[in-house]
Ligand binder design. Structure first.
Ligand SMILES: CC(C)(COP(=O)(O)OP(=O)(O)OC[C@H]1O[C@@H](n2cnc3c(N)ncnc32)[C@H](O)[C@@H]1OP(=O)(O)O)[C@@H](O)C(=O)NCCC(=O)NCCS
Length: 275
């Protein structure tokens, strides 16, 4: 199949929207993000053409100086299973490698078989299985804010990844992220010894978003309860976070969190060798 991969242009909008019209029952986010993505400001947005028709797309988002993120992989229904998604991934891997990124990551649903196969094909490693948890706000004791001297302990507890925004996007957390979150009162801890810690993101749609969380089982369960009272104090409806290990799942359960969605998010990573 002859394929041309090039940067998207504003004039591609109609074809892009038509290619994704049926994706996720018409609920795809591409129509909402197209205008921003086509500026290429956060990283290149590519489209694939065959015989002059737009058949697929894929974005590479720059998440830090050394990390890049793949998202927005879509192939028009009639053009699937012919290697278009694979070609778009190969193109972005080459792009990331050529520009000296150290690591490339992406996330996908646990049931997205084509993407798992493509990940394997290109030597991505599955580095996380994340599952969402949510709990209603509930009045309770006030929470403990972290102070600057606790920054290193917080990074150790919540690392290695930080969720960006409210989507399925992560990058490495740095001590600078934590210090600036502490300065904005966005880091909560279970106790002075930092048995558990949470970094808050921007609230989204009435929800307290937790961008990174972790800790020992007991303190973590206490902190997750405290997050529900934090949401209540801020007038938010609930708390949302991702758990990634059995002790985190158990802490969430004991703090009254439930699973709003039965699927899981797989996080894949490919590291490039520095020459
Ligand atoms: C996922 C999607 C991008 C795949 O595009 P595609 O061009 O059909 O994928 P490819 O032809 O490159 O196939 C990739 C691999 O998946 C396999 N595959 C493709 N469709 C499949 C299906 N429906 N079931 C099982 N395997 C499938 C291919 O055989 C290939 O595996 P291989 O390399 O081991 O042979 C496309 O189905 C799509 O747009 N889906 C809706 C949006 C979506 O899920 N995007 C990804 C979000 S992370």
């Amino acid at each position: 199949m002859d394929l041309l991969i090039r940067r998207a242009r504003p004039s591609d909008k109609r074809d892009v929207l038509s290619a994704v019209r049926t994706v996720w029952g018409g609920q795809d986010r591409i129509p909402d993000v197209f205008d921003g993505w086509v500026t290429h400001r956060t990283g290149p947005f590519f489209v694939a053409e065959s015989g002059g028709r737009l058949v697929g797309m894929g974005k590479l988002t720059v998440t830090s100086r050394t990390e890049a993120w793949l998202e927005g992989g879509r192939v028009a229904p009639r053009w699937r299973r012919r290697g278009v998604a694979t070609a778009l991934i190969a193109h972005r891997i080459a792009y990331a490698r050529d520009r000296g990124f150290r690591v490339l990551r992406f996330s996908t649903a646990s049931d997205n078989t084509p993407i798992h196969r493509a990940a394997k094909h290109f030597g991505f490693k599955r580095i996380g299985v994340l599952s969402r948890r949510a709990a209603a706000a509930k009045p309770g004791a006030s929470t403990l804010r972290a102070s600057g001297v606790q920054a290193r302990a917080v990074v150790r507890r919540v690392g290695p990844l930080l969720q960006l925004g409210h989507g399925w996007e992560w990058r490495e957390i740095t001590s600078r992220d934590v210090r600036s979150a502490i300065a904005r009162s966005r880091v909560l801890v279970s106790d002075k010894a930092v048995g558990a810690a949470a970094v808050l993101g921007d609230p989204y749609d009435g929800t307290l978003m937790v961008a990174a969380v972790g800790g020992r089982p007991g303190p973590l369960a206490d902190l997750l309860r405290a997050l529900r009272s934090e949401a209540s104090r801020r007038g938010l409806a609930d708390v949302s976070l991702f758990v990634s290990s059995s002790h985190e799942r158990q802490a969430a359960r004991s703090a009254g969190y439930r699973r709003p969605w039965s699927g899981e998010v797989y996080l894949f990573e490919k590291r490039f060798r520095v020459l």
